[in-house]
Design a protein around this ligand. Structure first.
Ligand SMILES: [Zn+2]
Length: 660
C-alpha cells in the first residue's frame, strides 16, 4: 500500500521537505515557479535575481504589486511566496548568478537547479556551473504562446550548449549605411540615427555613407586607401553628428536634406554599388513641399497606427518628432541624452518617419507605424498563462528527478496550435550529449578561423571567448612550449597586451591556445586557423558551424525566437500560420484611399497556397454606392472570391494590405 501525503508518495514528500533547490530568476517564470514549489511542499529554496521590479512586470509577475516597484525581485518574491507557506525556508539573493561568489561549491549545495532566465549568457553560465558541480538542471523558456522545458544532466543528456544556437540578429554595417535591401535595415538605421542625434553616440552605430565599403571600390588598394581616409574624417564626423545637428538648432529641414538628399547623393557617387542594385533616389524637402497633395496625406479612417502615410506625411512626422525630441533634449539640460523607447511616442514617430523615408529612397514599400514598432521593438509578448504552464512542467520534471527517475524526464514543448494528434504539449525523449559539444565533452576543443594580423588580444577576449564562447573570466596560455600567458583574469597582469595583435605573440596558423575559466571550471582548447579571406564585417568564424547570418527579415518572429530558446527542428512548435491563423487584415480601397473594415473571420480554410476567408463589414458611407473596382495590384498568391453583401465582391489576399 502506497502511503500518500497529499498527492505525493510519502518518501517523495519527505525528500521535498528536506532537499535544497535553487531557482535562478524571479521574473515571469520565476514567480510562478516559486509559488508552485512552496505549494508542492518544497521547504528549502534559494532564489537569485539581479533585477528590480518594474511597473511593466505587474501584469504577469503576480508576486509583485504596485507598492513593490523599484524593490528587489528576489526579495519581494520570497516575501510573497512565504505567505503561501510561512514554514518554508527561502533565501533570496539580489545579485547576478554570474558573480564569482556563486562558485561550484555553491552549486553543490543543491540537489536541483531550476532556470527561469531570459538571456542566453546567464543560461550558458548556469549550464556550465551545473555540469561542473554535476547537479541536474531544469532549463526553461517562453516566447509568446510558445514555451519549453528540458532537463540537463552531465554525461546523460545534451547540455544547453550541445546544439549551436543562431546568434542574435545583427546586420553588416555596410548594409545599414550604404545598401539597405529590406525594411528592417532602414529601421535599424533609424534607431541608430536616433542615438546619433539625441542619445548616446556609439561608433558602431554610424549612419552616414561608409566610404570603406569594399564592394564600392574597383581595386583592393583603393579599398585600403578609402578606409584610411574614412577613418580620418570618420572620427571628425562621429564627434560632429550631434554637434552639427545642435549647431543648426536641430532644424528639421536641414537635417532632412543632409540625411535624405546629400548623403544619398554621396552614395550615388559610389557607383559600383549600383551596378547590380537599383540606385536610391534622393529626396528634397522643398520639392516635396511644393508638390505635396494635401489630400494624399490627410487623415483617413481606421486605426492610426495601421495606416501607411505618404512621403510628405512622413516628412511632416519627421519634422514634428525632431522638434519634440530636440526640445525634450533641451529641457534636460547640457550633456543630456535621450534613450530610445518604443513606447515613447515622439521617439517611435521619429523612427517611423526616418525609416519610411529611407525605405522610399531605396524603393521599398513603406510600413505602418504598427509594423515599424513591432520590428523596431523586437516585440514578443510575454504571456502569463504560458509562463504558468511552463512553471508547472518544471515542477513535474523536478519531481521525476527527486524520485530518481531521470530516465523518464522529457523535453516538453508548448505549442501555439494543437499538433496532428491534437496536443498542445509535446514531450520528446532527451538526447544524449553531443560528441562535438565544445562545453560538455571531456576535452572540449574548437577551431576558430581568423586573421592573426588583424585580431587584437582584446577582441579575442571579448568577442570570441566571452561573447561567443560564454566565458566570464578567461585565462589564455599559448601552447608554444614556453607557456606564454596572453590573457590573465587577474586585474592588471596582461592589460598591456589588449591592443596588440595575435601575430605579435607568434600566434599563427596552427597555433593552439589553452583557455581556462576557473569559475566555470571549464577548459577549452582553441586551434587557430589563419585566413585572409573572411566575409566583410566578419571578425572570426567557428569552423564546423554555419557562419553567423542574420535570418531573413520576413521570418516569423516566433520562429526565430523558438530557435533561440533551443528548440530542435524535429520538435519545433508549429508556428506556421498557413490555413489556420486569424489575422486582422486591413483592406484598402485604393481610389481616394478609403478603407473597408473587416470583422472577425467566419471561416478559415485552405485553398491553394494560403487562404483565409473573412466576413466583410460593409462601409457604405465611405464607399458610396459605387461598385468595387476590379483589383489593381499584382499579387501573385492564390486568392479567394468572397461574396460580400448585396452584389459587392471582394478578393481576399494573404497580405496585410491590399487593394480592391
Ligand atoms: Zn554539451
Amino acid at each position: 500500500m502506497v502511503q500518500l501525503v497529499g498527492s505525493l508518495r510519502k518518501e517523495l514528500a519527505d525528500s521535498l521537505s528536506t532537499c535544497k533547490v535553487l531557482v535562478v530568476g524571479a521574473g515571469g517564470i520565476g514567480c510562478e515557479l516559486l509559488k508552485n514549489l512552496v505549494l508542492t511542499g518544497f521547504k528549502n529554496i534559494e532564489v537569485i535575481d539581479l533585477d528590480t521590479i518594474d511597473v511593466s512586470n505587474l501584469n504577469r509577475q503576480f508576486l509583485f504589486q504596485k507598492k513593490h516597484v523599484g524593490k528587489s525581485k528576489a526579495q519581494v518574491a520570497k516575501e510573497s511566496a512565504l505567505q503561501f507557506c510561512p514554514t518554508a525556508n527561502i533565501t533570496a539573493y539580489h545579485d547576478s548568478i554570474m558573480n564569482p561568489d556563486y562558485n561550484v561549491e555553491f552549486f553543490r549545495k543543491f540537489v536541483l537547479v531550476m532556470n527561469a532566465l531570459d538571456n542566453r549568457a546567464a543560461r550558458n553560465h548556469v549550464n556550465r556551473m551545473c555540469l561542473a558541480a554535476d547537479i541536474p538542471l531544469i532549463e526553461s523558456g517562453t516566447a509568446g504562446y510558445l514555451g519549453q522545458v528540458t532537463v540537463i544532466k552531465k554525461g546523460m543528456t545534451e547540455c544547453y550548449e550541445c546544439q549551436p544556437k543562431p546568434t542574435q540578429k545583427t546586420f553588416p554595417g555596410c548594409t545599414i549605411r550604404n545598401t539597405p535591401s529590406e525594411p528592417i535595415h532602414c529601421i535599424v538605421w533609424a534607431k541608430y540615427l536616433f542615438n546619433q542625434l539625441f542619445g548616446e553616440e556609439d561608433a558602431d552605430q554610424e549612419v552616414s555613407p561608409d566610404t570603406a565599403d569594399p564592394e564600392a571600390a574597383w581595386k583592393p588598394e583603393e579599398t585600403a586607401a578609402r578606409a584610411t581616409a574614412s577613418e580620418k574624417d570618420g572620427d571628425i564626423k562621429r564627434v560632429s553628428t550631434k554637434d552639427w545637428a545642435r549647431s543648426t538648432g536641430y532644424d528639421p529641414v536641414k537635417l532632412f536634406n543632409k540625411l535624405f538628399k546629400d548623403d544619398i547623393m554621396y552614395l550615388l557617387t559610389m557607383d559600383k554599388l549600383w551596378k547590380k542594385r537599383k540606385a536610391p533616389t534622393p529626396l528634397d524637402w522643398h520639392q516635396l513641399e511644393n508638390s505635396a497633395c494635401p489630400q494624399e496625406d490627410s487623415p483617413v479612417s481606421g486605426l492610426k497606427d495601421q495606416q501607411v502615410l505618404g512621403v510628405w506625411g512622413h516628412c511632416q512626422l519627421f519634422q514634428q518628432s525632431v522638434e519634440t525630441l530636440s526640445s525634450q533634449l533641451q529641457e534636460k539640460g547640457e550633456g543630456a541624452e535621450l534613450v530610445w523607447d518604443k513606447d515613447d511616442p515622439p521617439a517611435m514617430d521619429f523612427v517611423t518617419a526616418a525609416s519610411n523615408l529611407r525605405m522610399h529612397i531605396f524603393s521599398m514599400n513603406m510600413k505602418s507605424r504598427f509594423d515599424v514598432k513591432s520590428m523596431a521593438g523586437n516585440i514578443i509578448p510575454a504571456i502569463a498563462t504560458t509562463n504558468a504552464v511552463i512553471a508547472g512542467l518544471i515542477v513535474l520534471e523536478g519531481l521525476k528527478i527527486l524520485s530518481g527517475e531521470l530516465e523518464s524526464c522529457r523535453t516538453i514543448f508548448l505549442n501555439k496550435c494543437p499538433n496532428l494528434r491534437k496536443k498542445l504539449l509535446v514531450p520528446c525523449i532527451l538526447d544524449p550529449p553531443s560528441a562535438n559539444c565544445y562545453v560538455c565533452t571531456s576535452k572540449p576543443e574548437v577551431t576558430v578561423k581568423l586573421n592573426v594580423h588583424k585580431t587584437m588580444v582584446l577582441s579575442l577576449q571579448d568577442r570570441i571567448l566571452k561573447e561567443r564562447f560564454g566565458m566570464v573570466a578567461p585565462d589564455v596560455q599559448i601552447e608554444d612550449g614556453k607557456g606564454t600567458i596572453l590573457i590573465s583574469s587577474e586585474e592588471g597582469e596582461t592589460e598591456a597586451n589588449n591592443s596588440k595583435f595575435l601575430s605579435d605573440f607568434g600566434i599563427r596558423n596552427g597555433s593552439r591556445l589553452q583557455v581556462d575559466d576557473f569559475l566555470q571550471d571549464y577548459t577549452l582548447l582553441v586551434n587557430v586557423l589563419h585566413t585572409e579571406e573572411l566575409e566583410r564585417d566578419v571578425e572570426f568564424e567557428v569552423v564546423g558551424e554555419a557562419p553567423d547570418k542574420a535570418p531573413p527579415p520576413q521570418t516569423n518572429q516566433e520562429e526565430v525566437n523558438s530557435i533561440t530558446n533551443g528548440n530542435k527542428d524535429s520538435a519545433q512548435p508549429s508556428t506556421s500560420s498557413k490555413g489556420q491563423s486569424k489575422v486582422n487584415f486591413t483592406v484598402t480601397y485604393c481610389p481616394g484611399k478609403k478603407f473597408l473594415e473587416i470583422i472577425q473571420p467566419y471561416n478559415s480554410g485552405t485553398e491553394g497556397e494560403f487562404v483565409t476567408i473573412f466576413q466583410l463589414k460593409k462601409c457604405k458611407n465611405e464607399l458610396g454606392d459605387s461598385r468595387f473596382h476590379t483589383h489593381t495590384h499584382t499579387h501573385t498568391h492564390t486568392h479567394t472570391h468572397v461574396d460580400w453583401g448585396d452584389s459587392v465582391q471582394a478578393f481576399i489576399f494573404p497580405s496585410h494590405q491590399f487593394c480592391l
